[in-house]
Write a protein that binds this ligand. Structure first.
Ligand code: DX5
Ligand code: ZN
Length: 216
């Protein structure tokens, strides 16, 4: 089975979003990764729901929405209305994670939980049945173009073991510093899905780069 590829729009040309989304539509990308940052949970502000709606108008692939915001609960149905298929919240930002995941599921979206580099995977041990996608951060969230943190590989391996042992269908997605080389090591360690911003959009031929990641 090929690796799921979710190019991150954070590295797209914001003045030409329609063009870049259409490029992704005609590529072999599986999902489109949308990074929402609030300047509180992470030290950066990206874009919000109106821009996401504009992306959704043009996109013909599922929107894989990564919330880096301190308080997701009041906005869950807004993100559904804006076109999210997968809604990922950060473990570190959710006091009542189980309740938040139920709300996401009841709103008709797939549930995602993101883990910062310092957050161990075993914290999710009893929660896998409620989680469709675990998003392991391989950089500190907030910015594109950072270097991959190698310790991520052990986390992916440990989570793969946990998922297989529980015969769970949860998908392991990894985000940050992904390129052909780090991507290959991630897939070898059990990653199912790769997010890539700079590697895809800064390449001469983004479609080829997407294909490279898919066939790792
Ligand atoms: C970082 C974001 C990523 C970012 C990845 O906080 O969550 O999705 O776009 O960018 P690259 O692939 O350039 O590391
Ligand atoms: Zn992301």
């Amino acid at each position: 089975m090929s690796t799921i590829v979710s190019p991150s729009v954070l590295s797209a040309d914001f003045a030409n979003l329609e063009r870049d989304i259409k490029m992704l539509n005609s590529s072999n990308a599986d999902w489109i990764h949308i990074d929402i940052m609030d300047g509180v949970f992470v030290p950066n502000i990206s874009f919000g729901i109106p821009v996401m709606k504009a992306i959704h108008q043009h996109a013909n692939k599922p929107l894989d929405v990564h919330l880096m915001i301190a308080n997701a609960d009041p906005y869950i149905t807004d993100f559904k209305d804006a076109g999210a298929s997968i809604l990922t919240v950060h473990y570190e930002a959710c006091t009542h994670l189980h309740r938040t995941l139920q709300t996401i599921k009841n709103a008709g979206m797939k549930t995602g939980v993101a883990l910062n580099p310092h957050t161990p995977v075993h914290l999710l041990e009893g929660m896998l049945e409620f989680i469709d996608v675990v998003l392991i951060m391989s950089v500190n969230p907030g910015f594109g173009g950072q270097h991959f943190i190698p310790a991520t590989l052990d986390k992916v391996k440990a989570l793969r073991g946990m998922i297989d042992q529980q015969k769970s269908a949860t998908i392991i997605e990894v985000d940050g510093g992904v390129n052909a080389e780090t991507g290959q090591r991630l897939v070898q360690n059990g990653a199912d899905a790769l997010v890539a911003g700079s590697y895809v959009f800064k390449g001469k031929n983004p479609g080829d780069r997407i294909e490279t990641l898919r066939t790792l």
